[in-house]
Write a protein that binds this ligand. Sequence first.
Ligand code: NI
Length: 164
Amino acid sequence: MVTVRPVANFDLTDHNGRSVTEADFAGSHLLVYFGFTHCKVVCPRSLGKLSRVLDGLGEKAARVTALYVTVDPARDTPEVMRAYLEHQHPRFLGLTGSEEQIARAKKAFRVFAEFTGDDEAPDGYVVPHSAIAYLMGPDGDHLDHFIDALEEEEVMQRMSAAIW
Ligand code: NI
């Protein structure tokens, strides 16, 4: 079996309107999660759990930058992402970009997401997506990843063990 590792390689805009690449976060661990702010269940659950894990990591959390990358850039402008994150998940920095930039970031992290029609959703669509958080080291190496189904305690233990 071939294991394809995610690579931290992106050229995006953060929720403060600043252009950022992975080089801007060199020296920090990255915890990277992809989703979209209209997501009703999965993103709130994952972002909430990951935020509690970071809270529980104490001083080790200071060595981690948590990034929330949108798979729905048409709606998730920097302003929309900032408004969503600063009140509900303030540990996360939102990243967005053009469709092409987001497509490249998804490919680098091996993330799957696909627009799907849903008459009951705002604007008539949702974007089901991979629900995996990627932990990258300060040198860009992939250290671990956490599927949404994992218990908070396991994510905490594995993150604590992996952060250096
Ligand atoms: Ni989501």
